[in-house]
Design a protein around this ligand. Structure first.
Ligand code: BES
Ligand code: ZN
Length: 457
């Protein structure tokens, strides 16, 4: 193990270069014009995995490729060893708005102990930390106590459709004892965390169609409905004054929070003033009766992610727009089902839509919520690895984000996810000026190196 640790210590400068090379690919899965960049990024990963001693291949799918990389077979004398998957994603969220970035999103830049760039924390830096730990074993000829298969996909940020199909087709090869994932966060560097629950998600778009074309608002305004106004009024009815989602049946299947969990949440580090400052808001707003930590990780929500209608250019243009569109996602908690929620939302919107506009609802990706025991032997091993790498007591948390594939790992491979996130709250995931903390990068590598030892104890 000493050889592994000194290999890690000696090669930090090169690891950072590798991460920069990885971040330079604009692998934006939501935007079709980047599909070539996703492919090139996957090819880079395969080459990189081979160069560190893994057996790697690029697996084409109906969408963006999946990269599979395995540790070389153990010597026959080692007998049958446990097998773990490490899951990560090489796709990133759209970088827009570009003008809010201090430096271009795909030109990684180091400032102090931060590496700025789209995808640094979500998720390239986090999955590279695991590749680096395994590289350290392989390059120092230190025997690994288990077999490890990396599964790195290119569609996480758009719902993981192709990986879902890939799992079903490659069940036997991917059969494993657990799936290790670093794609979540920790409250602070002093509070490394094991995440035991994620929210699910259901995405949809609402389009209101009005006049056949944009109309002169002076000539026709006042006689036809304005789809933008109608949409605002429609969406305004989806939330009540207490911050609850006002769709009949929305909360029916929500499992209430256990008292022990609420106590546990209350012990997590949280200062309202710092939290407000982090997000740049004057006041918080959320469902009454729950703390901010509960609201953001263990209660369901409905968010408008994008709203478009009419003229968006400079100056003014006096029109009644022909249509208005909203992109919406709901975050779901254990008990709730994405398909059922989409149905409820559709029915409700259609019911309250006025006849003066035509409504169209398009459903998008969905993922079920996830909950796993934080007391299993694997979870205990993960907590020991976190403690030894970060040098302080880890916490267990629920996270509000979603990782669509975790439920398929459970259903198809019967494997639980061990979520050991390396992101900090101020990493700006999905926002302009995303960064990854280089201490988290380094400690993440250490954590991963220790984890393989702890998991087989
Ligand atoms: N890394 C996130 C998931 C995450 C974020 C977990 C914060 C815990 C805390 C992941 O890359 C992500 O952003 N997922 C999407 C999935 C969606 C587009 C289907 C999400 O949660 O919005
Ligand atoms: Zn993300």
């Amino acid at each position: 193990m000493q050889a592994v640790l000194s290999y890690l210590a000696k090669n930090q400068a090169r690891f950072l270069e590798d991460l920069c090379a990885y971040v330079r690919f604009p692998s934006v899965s939501a935007q079709p014009q980047h599909s070539g960049d996703l492919h090139a990024c996957a090819e880079w990963l395969v080459r990189h995995c081979k160069s560190i001693g893994l057996e790697a291949r690029l697996c084409p799918t109906g969408g963006h490729p999946v990269v599979i990389a395995k540790t070389p077979p153990a010597p026959a004398a080692a007998g049958k060893r446990p097998h773990f998957l490490v899951y990560g994603h090489y796709d990133v969220q759209p970088p827009e708005p570009f003008d809010l970035w201090t430096s271009p999103p795909f030109e990684p830049r180091v400032e102090g102990r931060s590496l700025f760039g789209r995808g640094t924390t979500d998720n390239k830096g986090q999955n590279l930390a695991h590749l680096i730990a395994v590289e350290a074993y392989l390059k120092t000829n230190t025997p690994l106590p288990c077999d490890i298969t990396f599964v790195i996909e290119g569609e996480e940020e758009v719902g993981s459709k192709s990986l879902g199909e890939f799992l079903l087709a490659n069940k036997a090869e991917l059969a494993c004892d657990a799936v290790v994932i670093s794609d979540t966060g920790m409250p602070s560097k002093k509070h490394p965390a094991l995440t035991y629950a994620l929210r699910g998600i259901a995405a949809f778009e609402v389009i209101l169609h009005g006049p056949a074309r944009d109309l002169h608002s002076g000539m026709f305004g006042g006689t036809v409905d304005n789809p933008a106004m109608a949409l605002c009024q429609l969406l305004g009815q989806l939330r009540d004054k207490k911050g609850r989602v006002a769709i009949p049946g929305f909360y029916d299947d929500v499992k209430p929070l256990a008292t022990y969990e609420r106590k546990q949440f209350a012990r997590l580090p949280y200062k309202e003033s710092e939290y407000k400052k982090l997000m740049g808001v004057r006041e918080l707003f959320g469902e009454q009766g729950y703390t901010a930590i509960e609201q953001r990780s263990a209660r369901p929500t409905l968010e408008i992610n994008g709203l478009t209608s009419g003229y968006q250019g400079e100056g003014s243009k006096t029109i009644v727009p022909s249509w208005a569109r909203a992109k919406i996602t709901t975050r779901l908690v254990p008990g709730q089902n994405p398909a059922k929620i989409i149905k409820l939302v559709c029915q409700h919107l259609k019911k309250i839509c006025p006849p003066s506009v035509r409504i169209e609802v398009k459903s998008g990706h969905g993922a079920e919520p996830y909950l796993v025991s934080p007391t299993s032997p694997h979870a205990q091993a993960a907590l020991r690895a976190l403690k030894s790498a970060f040098g302080c007591e880890p916490v267990i948390i629920r996270e509000g984000g979603s990782i669509p594939i975790v439920n398929s790992f459970k259903k198809v491979l019967k494997a639980d996810a061990l979520m050991l996130g390396l992101a900090l709250p101020d990493d700006n995931a999905h926002s302009p000026n995303e960064k990854f903390d280089l201490d988290c990068f380094e400690k993440g590598q250490l954590m991963s190196a220790q984890l393989w030892q702890e998991l087989v104890k």
